[in-house]
Structures are given as structure tokens and as C-alpha cells.
Design a protein around this ligand. Structure first.
Ligand code: MG
Length: 318
């Protein structure tokens, strides 16, 4: 049963689109407007669409809760307390894989509602505070581990880092073994695969702690399905940060930024923006056709229909 938690507010009726490259006109629907589906949170992140129940689940981290929204029932509480859950994704079986700041772990919610810990330590030391997570078609789970969830008591429990670095890790889908895949970032944050999984894009949001720190997305080549090479800067986000992003079926990246959602072509060109009334954290594609972009932005959840659908994970290799 859903419990109403706050009414939706009216979103601006003006066009939210800023066209920079002619290609952007084929990706957005000129008459489509932003819908504000829910407001009243403190800091929203981690949107994930659940096809089985046709609902959107997202995090309100400082309020220590997961929320849910569906077309028929509106908004309600999905889980509270959430152990300061941040990023979410679905695995191949439709189970939610989430990042907990509280437990400093990556966990999976089973179909019976029980929670399985997938990763909590690296070489005997506690993870910092897993932030964002994606699942590859081979079942492996890739996540970032910055320290935002242990910097204060606002989005978790204040603590010192044990590892002393903010890394990116891979959990093997078969053995469950943890491997370090990127160790040269300041604060790795959002991440997502290209539609064919040949590339993994990872944001570095180090500028939150250092004025001239990184505020960009890097592009890595996926080698042997499990290692990363390369890592050139794909796009520098300005204003703001690439806290989270997702790709459409054509490989364009839709990312958070300081003034809205920025859309980048696979060649790195900034195609256009969806200007937003609040600072955006994450996005995800959802809806029955996968053509609705759900946007978590500070206190609210927004959505907008696009002319392009979200990328689908390739079929499982075996
Ligand atoms: Mg994040």
C-alpha cells in the first residue's frame, strides 16, 4: 500500500530545452514539458525503474528513505529507514542492487524482500560509502566508492576512511569476488556502460572538495569484459557536476549538471540541455516504453518524455 507523502508541485510551463547542436532536435519532443511528480525531499538520488511493477523507486538520502512513484498510485514510501541508500540499479533478475552509506556496502534486495550484502570491504578495510552502481550483462556489478556518505552525519554516519582512497570496483557475477578497476580518481561518482558495453563512463566529482578539482566524465574501454583501459576525459561538465547519468539507445549520455540535464553525443559534443528549476543529481529511463527520463533534482522527482528510448542491456552472454 502506498502512503502519500507530499503533493506534486507545478513544474514550469515554459520550454525547458536549450538547443546547442542540431542533433538535439531529434532527441527531444518540442511540446513535451517537465512533470514534477513529487517534492518535499532533502536530497534525491538513485532513480531506478521497476518494469515488473511499473514504478519508479528513488532515494531521499538525508531523510533515510526510499520513495516510490507510479502513474496510478502516485508517490509513497518504499522503505524507511533505508540505511542511507544512495544509488540503485536492477540486476538481470530484476532485483534492486543498491548502495548503502550507512552499512558502507553494496546490497541486493531479493524477491522475498531479504537483503544480501554483496560487498562491504576491500582488502580487510571497510568501503567508504558506495555511491552509484551498474550491472553488466554478464552479471558483474560495478560501483563507485567516494567518501560523501562518511564526511558528515547528514547522509550517513561520519567516519574516517579506512581505505584512504576513493576507488571503483567490480564484483564478479559468478564468484562474488571484488576487484579494483580504477584507482586514480579523486571522487568517482556516476557510472554507466555504452549500449554495447564496450565502454564504461565514470564521473569524477572531486570539485566538491577542491575548487580546481575534476568535474568531468571519463571514458574507459572495457577489456576482456572485466578490465578497464584508457580513461580519457570524455566531457568536462560546466556548470556543476556529473553526479549521475544514463545512456540512450543511440549512445548519447544524459547527465546531471549544475543548470539541468546535459546531453552529450558519443563523440563528446554537447548537444543540448534540459534546463531544470533545481540542481539535478541523477537520471534514469523508464515508463512502459522506456522513453521517459526520470530526473532526481534536490528536493524533487521530475520526468519528461523524450524522442529516444533508454539503452537496453545486451542479452546475457551465457
Ligand atoms: Mg552519485
Amino acid at each position: 500500500m502506498t502512503v502519500p507523502v507530499a503533493p506534486a508541485i507545478a513544474a514550469p510551463a515554459v520550454s525547458p530545452y536549450l538547443h546547442i547542436d542540431a542533433r538535439f532536435r531529434r532527441l527531444v519532443i518540442g511540446t513535451a514539458r517537465l512533470d514534477c511528480l513529487h517534492t518535499g525531499s532533502r536530497w534525491t538520488e538513485g532513480p531506478v525503474w521497476l518494469p515488473a511493477t511499473q514504478e519508479l523507486v528513488w532515494s531521499d538520502i538525508p531523510n533515510n528513505r526510499l520513495l516510490r512513484w507510479s502513474e496510478g498510485a502516485g508517490a509513497g514510501v518504499f522503505r524507511q529507514p533505508s540505511d542511507f541508500n544512495n544509488g540503485n540499479t536492477l540486476d538481470r533478475e530484476g532485483r534492486i542492487v543498491g548502495c548503502l552509506h550507512g552499512a558502507r556496502a553494496v546490497v541486493r534486495t531479493e524477491h522475498d524482500g531479504s537483503i544480501t550484502t554483496l560487498a562491504s570491504h576491500w582488502q580487510g578495510k571497510r568501503l567508504n560509502s558506495p555511491n552509484d552502481v551498474v550491472v553488466k550483462s554478464d552479471g558483474s556489478i560495478w560501483f563507485t566508492d567516494p567518501d560523501y556518505g562518511i564526511n558528515s552525519d547528514y547522509e550517513g554516519y561520519r567516519a574516517d576512511t579506512e581505505i584512504g582512497a576513493c576507488n571503483v570496483y567490480r564484483i564478479d557475477g559468478a564468484s562474488g569476488e571484488l576487484a579494483l578497476v580504477v584507482g586514480d580518481m579523486e571522487r568517482p561518482n556516476g557510472l554507466a556502460f555504452s549500449p554495447d558495453e564496450s565502454k564504461l563512463y565514470i564521473a569524477d566529482t572531486g570539485q566538491t572538495h577542491r575548487e580546481d578539482g575534476p568535474h568531468h566524465i571519463r571514458e574507459f574501454d572495457v577489456t576482456d569484459g572485466q578490465r578497464l583501459t584508457g580513461g580519457r576525459v570524455f566531457a568536462t561538465i560546466d556548470p556543476g557536476l556529473a553526479d549521475g547519468f544514463r545512456l540512450d539507445e543511440r549512445g548519447n549520455i544524459w547527465t546531471s549538471a549544475g543548470d539541468g540535464v546535459h546531453c552529450y553525443a558519443p563523440d563528446g559534443a554537447l548537444l543540448g540541455k534540459i534546463l531544470m528549476p533545481e540542481v539535478v543529481s541523477n537520471v534514469t529511463f523508464g515508463g512502459p516504453r522506456g522513453n521517459r527520463l526520470f530526473i532526481t533534482a534536490t528536493t524533487s522527482l521530475y520526468a519528461v518524455y523524450l524522442a529516444v528510448n533508454g539503452a537496453r542491456r545486451p542479452a546475457s552472454p551465457g
